[in-house]
Design a protein around this ligand. Structure first.
Ligand code: SF4
Length: 306
């Protein structure tokens, strides 16, 4: 294949976007080169809403696989393309449908609240989905006399349980990227930047969240960064976030709370495989109809809160 420069690839992607009537949806953690060609960059809730409302025929999804599955389940008549099939989510892989079935049998009266970072099969066994942007609101709305199982992120679950005062049975999953953020790193950053505010993602551990000024989804971080009067913001989430925050707020300084908070799965999409995905209509993400039918219900219930 002939080697194209980045500029040529961008030009070709823009041509194909028109030819295919495609929209490129990109998560906040993606590489800058992929954020720059997107029609929309956002968190998983914002991307789900966009996917459900777009009039495009093709959605090129630059995020991890469960996000592309969600987009497909909301718009099964559209073609959803994932440029790199390797981009799975290790946390989503920590919850298997068979194990959730067993847990449900042990707690037959419990409602299952599932973070969107999960497989379609797990969603199909759930009562309602949440994202980090709406988890507190959704859980607070659930009947108080019902037991709750929260799948798969124990950190987000612990945070939501504390914020809502609801006891929840927590699945033992976690995000390996956010687990790398530690109290020691946070304390070190605070010593280095004593005037900075600290924002962290609720996938971080509770002891880290406790020391932060705000716990925010990535969409929440974007809004906070625009409105805060602070000039220095210590940012505790995946490093890709710093790119967008800095681009949109050039007068402010964003300091990574942890240089180790990199999700390799979010870095799989690049200009060349986005172009290949559009040229060859690969890799089309499809969820079998018998799973989609059940899995889309808890997603749609969640979207009513947006
Ligand atoms: S950052 Fe964490 S939750 Fe997000 S895709 Fe990577 S492993 Fe999954």
């Amino acid at each position: 294949m002939e080697m194209l420069t980045d500029k040529e690839m961008v030009t070709r992607i823009c041509e194909l976007r028109k030819e295919l009537n495609a929209v490129i949806l990109t998560h906040n953690y993606q590489l800058g080169e992929v954020q720059d060609i997107a029609d929309f960059v956002g968190d998983s809730l914002e991307l789900s809403i966009k996917a459900s409302k777009t009039t495009a025929d093709v959605i090129v999804f630059c995020g991890v696989k469960f996000m592309a599955e969600t987009a497909y389940m909301l718009s099964p008549e559209k073609t959803v393309l994932l440029p790199s099939l390797a981009s799975g989510c290790p946390m989503a892989d920590m919850a298997e449908a068979e194990d959730l079935k067993k847990m449900k049998k042990e707690h037959p009266d419990a409602l299952v609240v599932t973070y969107v970072n999960s497989s379609a099969e797990v969603k199909a066994l759930s009562d309602i989905c949440v994202t980090s942007a709406n988890a507190v609101k959704v859980v607070a709305s659930l009947p108080e006399d019902r037991k709750l199982i929260f799948v798969p992120d124990k950190n987000l679950g612990a945070y939501v349980a504390r914020e809502t005062g609801r006891e929840m049975i927590l699945w033992p999953g976690y995000c390996p990227t956010h687990m790398r953020i530690t109290v020691a790193q946070l304390e070190q950053r605070k010593r280095e930047y004593p005037d900075a505010v600290v924002i962290v993602h609720p996938e971080a551990r509770l002891d880290v969240i406790d020391l932060a000024d705000e716990a925010l989804s990535t969409g929440g971080m974007i809004k906070f960064a625009k409105s805060t009067t602070a000039k220095q913001i210590i940012t505790g989430t995946e490093l890709g976030m710093i790119y967008r925050l800095s681009k949109e707020n050039p007068e402010k300084q964003f300091i990574a709370l942890s240089e180790q908070a990199i999700c390799p799965m979010m870095k799989m999409h690049r200009l060349d495989n986005v172009l290949a995905a559009m040229e060859h209509k690969q890799h089309s993400i499809v969820v079998p109809e018998e799973i989609r039918r059940d899995a889309v219900k808890p997603i749609e219930k969640m979207l009513q809160f947006s």
